[in-house]
Every structure is written in C-alpha cells, then in structure tokens.
Design a protein around this ligand. Structure first.
Ligand SMILES: [Zn+2]
Length: 835
C-alpha cells in the first residue's frame, strides 16, 4: 500500500510538472506567434495551438494509472470576480493582479487524508455549459466584494449549474474576494447580502479570501479537495455495497478507485478539522449519499454566519496544517509544490579553500524555500537536496547602481516592474533565464561563530543537513550520468565570476585579474544571522527575474509566518501604541503617493504610509527602493516602528516631492498605470526630489562629511534628503582625514536607532571601521543600544569584539560562554541580557 502511495505521488508530481512545462512552452509559442506578420497564417497557427493546448490539458489520461484519483474542481466567476488571482495564488503562492479572459487549466498534487491525489482545476472563462457541469466534482463560485456584477454572476452561474446537473451531488464553495477593495473602491456587498446568497445557494460553504496576501486561499482549495474526495469515497463505497458480495467493480462509477477503498485506509486516522464534520467511518454504511454531504453549518466554516470572516483565524491554521501534513511525509516529498521558478545554476562550494563551482538544479518553491540539487535525478527523488528557508533572508544586488543613476525618462522598468539599471543596456547575450551562478557564503562562518540574534532559523533542510556548515557541500558527488551537463555559456560566465571574486579555480584555466566586473549579474541572499549565498546570473534579465521571484516568496513567507503570530502580537499593547504613533505622524492619514485616506501599508525605508494599491507598485520597485509591510498583518520590531513614527508622510514628501514642477500627483481614483508612472518617477528616477541645500563651509561638499555633520546635528529631514541624493558609493566614500568615523558610526554612538536604520538601508557599509579600527557595532554597544546593534548584526556586521579587549571590572556575572568580550560595562550589561 505504501509503495503504491509513493508511486502515486511521484507519478502525480511528474504529471503536474509535465503539464506545467507544456503550458509554459505553449505560452511561449503564443507569444512568438504575435510576431508572425501574415495575419491569416498567424490565426491558423493560433487555432492549431489552441487545440494542442486543449489536448495537453488531458495529458494525465495517458500518464497516470487509473488508480490515481482525480478531483475535478471547477472555478466560476465573472471577469471582475478575482477568480484568476485566486487560482494563481493557490498555484504559486504569489499574487498577480490578473483576470484571465480565457480561463485556465491547472493540475496540482493534493494530500487528502494522507493520500496523494491529483487536483484538476478548471477555471472557466464563461458560464458553465453542459460539458463543464458533467465534468466537475465540485465548484468554487467566486465574486468580488467590490463588484456588484460579479455578485449577480454567482446567481446566474448557480442556476446554469442547476439546469445541467443535480447540484446536491457536488460540493459548492462560495468565495468572496477582497483583493480589489480599497478606499477608492469600497466594498459594496455587505454581510447581509453575502449571508442571503449563502442561504439562497443551498449547502454552500462561504469564504472571504484575499489573494494579495493569500488569506484563506489554501483553505478554500483544501476544503474543496477534501469535500470532493469525501463524496467520491461515499460514491465508491455505495457502488461497492451495491455490488456486494461481488468484488468491488469499477463500472458504473465515473471515478475508478483501486481495489482497496481509499476511505478504509484512513479510517479513524484523520485529524483534519474538516473531517470531523464528516462521517469519518463510512465503511459498511449504506446511508444515502445525500445524507453524507455535510449539512449547512457543519464543519469549521458555517455558511452564512461568516460574513466578516475573522481574517487571521483560519489562514495560518490551515496553512500550518497543510505544511505539517506535507512535512510529515517529507521523506517522499509529497508536499512539494510546483516550482515557482527552476533552473540550472552553478553553485560555489562553501569550502573556503576550495571554491570550485558545481552545477545545481535550483528550485524556488511557493512554500518559501529555495532548494538545490546536484542532478535532476536527485530532485525527482528528492534526495541530497539543500534548502534555504526564505523567511528572514533578504536578497541584495551587490554593486547595483542606485536608481538615481537611471536617467530620467528612460524606460526604467521592465514588464514586471523589474528595475533595469543602465548597465542593462549592454547586458550582453541573452541567456536562458535560470542560468545562475551560486556562491555559498563564506561570510557566515567567518564572522558569526555564535549567531547572537536568534530569529527564525534561516536554514532548513532535508535529513537534518544544515546550510550552516557550508563546507560540507553535497553529500555525495553525483555520478557522471546524472550530473547536469555543462553548457559552454555557463562555464564562460563562471570564469568571469571567479576572476572577479579572486577565488581559487581548480581547473586553473582562468586568467586572473582581468577586470570584467561589469559583466557580472550577482545577487546575494543574506540571512538574518549573516549567512550569505551569492548567485550569479547569466544576464541582467535573468538576475532580475530571479531576484523578483525570490523577493515575492520572501514576502509571502513573511506574511504567512507573521500573520500566525499576529494575534498574540496584536495583544501586546506596546506594539499597538507604537502603531498608533505611526498613524498619528504628520501626513499619515493619507497615502503618501495618491492621498487615499487611511493607508494601512508602510514603506519602511521611506518612512511613509501607503494604500494597498500603491503598496503593490512599491513592492515591484524592489526592496532597495521600498520595503513594504502591512500595518495590520506584520510583526513590528521596535526599530521599525521608530523609523516610521519619526518620519511620516509629511516629512517624506518634503523630500521626495520637494520639486514636482507642476506635475500632478495621482488621486485615490487614479488608475494603476497613473500611479505606477508617478511612483516610479518619484522613487526610481528621483525626479521630484527637493534640491540639496548648499553645504556649509565648515563641512564641505563631500557626501560622507555632510552625512556625518547631519547625524551629529540629529537633523532627520536633512539626512533623508542627503540620502535621497546619494549613491551607495558616495555614502561610503572615504572621509576626509580629520573626521574620525562615518555617519553610521556617529549614529550608533548617539544610539540613534532611526538614523542607524536609515543609513544601513541606504547602503552604508556596516563593516566599515573608524580610525581606531572599530566597527559601528562596537560604538552601538558602548552606547548601550541593543537596537542599533541588532540592526547592524542583521545586516551583516561582523559580531566581533573590538581590538581593545575587555575593560577591567566587567568579568563578573559574565557568562563566558555567551559573551566573551565587550568594551564597556554599559554596552556589556545591556547586550548580555540578550545573549
Ligand atoms: Zn496610494
């Protein structure tokens, strides 16, 4: 039985993968077809391709054994219902503001009561026809809470379904989406009407979802799959009972099951909260099918009573449960989700002496994990893989020219909002996206002997292997046959990467020292404990595409993680007070970009509040320009609330909109395009930044001197203005000699959390040393500022003791294991409490 389960699961995963890859290829061909000049030929080809597309949807009929159960789920809703975004979030774990006019066909492996099953999702473009109605095992009816028409469409679709199919046979879930609700686009379907809908559509379950941050989305699909599976089990049992005493027969049942009833296998062993509302021991029962369908009000989501669903109650719960059930079967990898992105990369060995490069298959999953394997075989079998948990990591693009350098008016962004730096203009040959070079950080083992900051662990992996010991490499050298073959391009790039990194090259075929810096497309993943992994892409496009994909997974992980802790957090009064202080800061009643009232999102580094619509655009800018967080959903460490409360929209716009030259800013009703164009001009091109005042004579014009003087004056608005005008290189330029240290040192010495945080976000070098060889961390500890110290540690400042050893009189009470050296009593005492 176990073997069969395993075989099912891997067959399903292979099929899902095949389907996804076929779909991707077809999509690419459609795209290419647009370039066919001859219109007639083009439409003929498109027609053919549509039929290929349709055929590939049913590929599982040819690849899966009949004992693999298919769960067929239909999704209905108008174009404005948010159904495409709902399905997209479920499939990828990320939000895409899409409405697909053609619908879509998807496959996903789902676990229902420990069994792998194939969920077929059919997102229908129009109203349900007879074929659809006879095909489905269950239906999700979607409408948007801000769209009256989409609400009416639910009734129309329901009645269509009813004409073609006995509706009591199939589970129905009504989903109300909140994605598009905003102050300018308020909710129009009130609770009472939603309740009425649920009582009109008998026996449905009702959910409100928000695909922007995944609220309830998994829950909806999991529940649909469970309900469908339960009904199928009942149906097959009935069929079996009818045919007693014969052996169970497949005939007369549209869904063949294997000889052993799936239901029996899990008798009594279920633990999902949903199943508790179902008859869980159906064996031998001859109850009528209808009585087995969960009645209204059963289960954890009684319809009609959940008009304003408590947002945070279910979502984390269900995703946790899902994750757990996946992890409990981690040995077969049945919980593995469809890769968001996958490609063959070179990975640099973590061994500090032997930095050779190995090709890896790198996979970004929708569960917030970046994993890599030595071979496709290993990936398929899910062995010898290593994983980076994207929770509590950030992605950086080293040496990337700050966006100010983007010439105003240049097409600064790509399709998906990927920032293209001017270097991109000469980005060289196009390599297939997904070709990257990976370097596993040496920084980690060098400076972080004991991670002082205990955050969410940054390393998870199969079989207890840990990323921490970077040198262990892959557990076994892959055999030649399944090793990923080298591509010439890859090795070329590799050499360049190695030259720049001045590393040892085993193959010895590298002419060291040649300057080809411009041709590297690196990005680095840094964990909160300082561990780093460096990647090198083959092209700017490939890099930006990876960075963006990873960033969106980081965001999704943060949100799903932190919303789980949210309830407890929200109870903490101090956080509530801090958030209130943010809301009260001058100008914070309205979105900093479009003036929509009551913004609920924040851009941390800009110190500003933004509405949900603008937040989507900010997120696309990338974290180097704007770090977006939700006031409602996220967890708020004190250093972050400090920054936001200290700046606020009024001050922020004093800097960023100091010089708009008459250009009109967006209003709450503006389109996304209008907002985006404004926001990009404002932060990416820095087109409206107030001019720099002339430097004071005593200070001089050099940016590091000006920053230092400004920090010493504690002039926050001016600091923001200077930062808005400077590049990372300017910030980190060497100081003219009489000055002892950098602005960051000064901010830490003053224990100024806000300035420290801002300087770090804008690229101030956390590892820089002052004239006495001290890092800013040393000064932060001397000043007794745990928060400043935390900021520095989180951003990769080496956690080391200063060269001047401990001052006398400190050693008592010191647990030598936890903290060995410190420079001042104050710094030590404060710090030790946290070690
Ligand atoms: Zn806005």
């Amino acid at each position: 039985m176990n073997n069969m389960k395993l075989a099912h699961s891997s067959a399903i995963r292979a099929e899902v993968k095949r389907h996804e890859s076929a779909k991707t290829t077809i999509k690419k061909i459609f795209k290419q077809l647009e370039r066919v000049g001859d219109q007639e030929l083009r439409s003929t080809l498109q027609l053919h391709l549509h039929s290929v597309q349709a055929a590939c949807t049913n590929s599982q009929e040819w690849t899966l054994s009949r004992s693999v159960q298919e769960l067929r789920l239909g999704v209905l809703g108008s174009l404005r219902s948010g159904k495409s975004a709902l399905v997209h979030w479920y499939m990828t774990g990320s939000y895409l503001a899409v409405e697909s006019p053609d619908g879509g066909r998807y496959k996903k492996e789902v676990l229902v009561e420990g069994q792998s099953q194939l969920l077929l999702i059919r997102e229908e473009a129009g109203p349900p026809d007879a074929q659809f109605c006879s095909w489905v095992d269950g239906v999700i009816l979607v409408f948007s809470l801000e769209n009256e028409n989409s609400f009416q469409e639910v009734y129309r679709n329901y009645s269509q379904l009813n004409t073609h199919r006995n509706i009591v046979e199939i589970p129905l879930i009504v989903v109300a989406t909140q994605d598009k609700i905003s102050s300018s686009n308020p909710r129009v379907i009130e609770d009472a009407r939603a309740r009425q809908l649920c009582s009109d559509l008998r026996r449905c379950t009702y959910y409100e979802t928000c695909a922007t941050y995944g609220l309830n989305v998994n829950r909806v699909f999991t529940e649909a799959a469970q309900k469908i599976a339960a009904i199928k089990r009942q149906a097959s049992l009935q069929a079996a009972c009818r045919s007693l005493p014969n052996t169970p027969s497949h005939s007369g049942d549209s869904t063949p099951v294997s000889g052993a009833f799936p239901g029996q296998a899990s008798n009594g062993g279920q633990s999902s909260d949903y199943s508790s509302s179902l008859p869980s021991t159906p064996v031998g029962s001859r109850k009528d099918l209808r009585s087995m369908v969960p009645a209204d009000g059963g289960g954890s989501a009684p319809p009609g009573t959940q008009g304003s669903t408590p947002r945070r109650r279910r979502f984390p719960h269900s995703s946790d449960a899902e994750k757990k059930s996946a992890e409990s079967r981690g040995d077969v990898g049945s919980g593995r989700s469809i890769p968001v992105k996958q490609g063959i990369l070179l990975k640099r060995s973590g061994n500090t002496l032997n930095k050779d490069w190995k090709k890896k298959l790198v996979t970004l999953s929708s569960k917030g994990i970046l994993s890599y394997h030595s071979s496709i075989n290993d990936y398929m079998q899910n062995i010898h893989g290593k994983e980076i948990d994207l929770l509590r990591v950030t992605v950086k693009v080293p040496g990337k020219r700050p966006p100010r350098a983007v010439p105003a008016g240049s097409p600064a962004s790509g399709l998906n909002g990927v920032v293209s730096s001017p270097d991109g203009a000469s980005a060289g040959p196009q390599f297939p996206s997904g070709l990257l070079t990976v370097e596993e950080g040496a920084g980690a083992e060098r400076s972080f002997s004991s991670p002082g900051v205990q955050r969410c662990p940054s390393s998870l992996s199969n079989k207890g292997q840990s990323m921490d010991s970077a040198s262990e490499g892959m557990s076994s050298p892959p055999s030649a046959k399944d090793t990923i073959p080298a591509s010439p391009n890859l090795s070329d790039k590799k050499k360049k990467g190695e030259r720049r990194k001045k590393s040892m090259n085993q193959k010895g075929d590298v002419a060291a020292g040649q300057a080809e810096d411009e041709e590297n497309f690196d990005f680095i993943i840094v964990s909160s404990t300082g561990q780093t992994w460096t990647f090198e892409a083959q092209s700017l496009e490939a890099r930006d595409s990876w960075v963006q994909a990873i960033n969106s997974q980081i965001l999704a992980s943060l949100q799903s993680c932190e919303s789980g802790k949210n309830k407890a957090r929200k109870n903490s009064q101090s956080e509530a007070v801090a958030l209130q202080a943010i809301r009260n800061a001058k100008g914070n009643g309205f979105c900093v970009d479009c003036d929509a009232p009551h913004p609920t999102w924040a851009s941390l580094n800009l110190g500003a509040l933004i509405c949900i619509e603008c937040s989507g655009i900010h997120r696309n800018l990338g974290t180097h320009l704007s770090r977006v967080r939700s006031l409602d959903l996220d967890d708020w460490p004190r250093e972050l609330t400090c920054v936001l409360a200290a700046i606020g929209n009024h001050v922020a716009n004093g800097v960023w909109e100091g010089c708009t030259q008459g250009r009109q800013k967006p209003i709450p009703e503006s389109t996304r395009e209008e907002r985006e164009s404004w926001i990009r001009a404002k932060y990416e091109q820095r087109a409206f930044v107030a001019p720099l005042p002339a430097p004071r004579e005593a200070v001089g014009g050099a940016m590091p001197s000006r920053l230092l003087a400004t920090v010493l004056e504690r002039n926050l608005p001016l600091l923001l203005l200077l930062l808005a005008h400077s590049t990372k290189e300017e910030i980190n330029a060497p100081l003219p000699s009489p000055q002892p240290h950098s602005a960051l040192h000064a901010a830490c010495q003053l224990a100024d959390v806000v300035m420290t945080q801002l300087l770090v976000w804008y690229g101030s070098d956390v590892k820089a040393r002052d004239s006495q060889g001290q890092t800013a961390l040393t000064l932060a500890r001397q000043a007794g500022s745990q928060e400043c110290a935390d900021i520095l540690l989180q951003h990769g400042c080496p956690n080391e003791a200063p060269p001047a050893a401990a001052t006398p009189g400190l050693s008592r009470k010191v647990s030598s294991a936890s903290l060995s050296r410190s420079t001042s009593r104050r710094g030590f005492l404060h710090f030790s409490s946290d070690q």
